[in-house]
Structure formats: structure tokens, C-alpha cells
Design a binder for this molecule. Sequence first.
Ligand code: HEM
Length: 254
Amino acid sequence: MTTTAPVSVARRLRRWPARLDFLQSATGLALGLFMWVHMIFVATILLGKDAMWTVARMFEGYFIFGRPVYGLVSALVATVATLFVVHAALALRKFPTNYRQYRTYRDHSKEMRHEDTTLWYWQVVTGFALFFMASVHLYIMLTRPDRIGPFESADRVWTDLMWPLYLVMLFAVEFHGGVGLYRLALKWGWFEGDGSDAAGTRRKLRFFKWALTGFFLVLGLLTLAAYMKIGIEHAPFYGQHYVPSAIGATGVAP
Ligand code: HEM
């Protein structure tokens, strides 16, 4: 009787690393999928200013309530920011905590020359960079949800000088997210079939991962270029909101 309590405590403690790992995977998956959807929505600027304006207003509930409800956008950003903080906090467990640990890892990695080990290293580096870069972006989205739109976003990208941050962050997030989802698929055995050809599955997943990363990088660069071009043209009218031609004609501003 006297030994059961410590044993059950020990058993419970042993489960925590697995639980934390699962939570890190789940938050990573949610963030990775969010990033793809996010990129598609942001890229609607390539279809025209009206298309991006419509998407931005949709998130504000404009077409349901007849007026923008910015709290909806802030709530979405707060949810993503929470996922981001939880994911980053859990990732801290995996970082080398001193120079000796770092050296041991680098020496092993160089000796092995295994692509997935090298990918893991760059995932840690890009993850660390995202701590800072994504926080800046999320804070602005949280506090200024009223300034999301074709002119508003372009003004921020160009006149407010966000483009250097977005450029670096684009590469960091696409690499980090792509490797993260690839590692999740390997770890949990998704797309493995009957498991008889593990090396073949890994090869196919790697190809798919680089293809997706390449696609989203090209889409992101084209999108950023589009915002920069609009931002340059709109610089003399900085701060002016975009009003679609259909609404402009009726005089009902959003
Ligand atoms: C719900 C939260 C988010 C919202 C509402 C949001 C919204 C936007 C918007 C409207 C833009 C266009 C430029 C602008 O208006 O400043 C943009 C660009 C961008 N966002 Fe987000 N974002 C969110 C979260 C994130 C997160 C978590 C990341 C990465 C960790 C991220 C990475 C980027 C990048 C890299 C760009 C530039 C894309 C490009 O090159 O075209 N965003 N975001």
C-alpha cells in the first residue's frame, strides 16, 4: 500500500514528455495549415484589389453584419498568437542549452551527413528567428485590424517598411513550416501505406515537401512584389482606405 502512491506519481510523470510532444505536434500542425490558408488569402491581391478587399471584409463579418466587426479579426489573431506562443514554449525543450550540447550535435551532424538531421538544425534556426519576426507581425495585426486591405496593407509593406521583415520571414516560415509538416508525416506514419517501403515513402515525402515549399515561396514573393508596387504608387496618399469601385459609385464607404 505504501508503494502505490509514488509508483502512480512516477507513471504520471513519465507520460508528460509524450503529452508535451503531442501538444507541440498538434500546435505545429495547426500553425502549418494556417500558414498555407493565410498565404492563399493574402495572395488574393494578385487577382486584384477588389478580391483582396472582399476577403479582408469577409473576416470582419462585413457581409453578415453590414459593418466591419474588427473584434472578429483580433480574436482570430489572438488564437493564432496563443498557438504560436504554446508551440514556441514547447520548442524551447529541444534547443541546445549550452555550447557543449551545440558542439556535440554539430559534430554528429557533420559526421552523419544525413539530410533530415541537417533539416532539423535549420528548423531550429528558423524557429528561433520566427520568435522575433512573427511577434512583430502578430502584434500589428492584433492592434490594427482596421488597417488590413489593398491600400492599407500596401502602405504598411512599403511606406511603413515592413517588406524587409516580410521577405526574411517568408523564407523562414516556408522552410520551417515545410520541414515541420514533413517531420510530422514521418513521425506519425501518415502516407506510409502498409509500411513495406519506408525509404520510398521518405523520398516521395521529401519531394512533395520541397515542391510545396517552392510553390509557396514563389506565391509569397509574387504577392510581396504586388503589395510593394501598390505601396509605391499609393505612397503620396498614405493612410487613405481602399473603396471598391462598386461601393465608391454609391457613395457608401465601408
Ligand atoms: C491571424 C493572424 C494573421 C493575420 C490576420 C495576418 C495577416 C496578414 C496580412 C493582411 C498580410 C499582408 C501584408 C499586411 O497587411 O501587413 C500578411 C503578410 C504576411 N504574413 Fe501574416 N497574418 C497573420 C499571421 C501570420 C503568422 C503567424 C505568420 C508567420 C509566422 C505570418 C507571416 C506573414 C508573411 C511572411 C507575410 C508576407 C507574405 C508575402 O510575402 O506576401 N502571418 N499577413
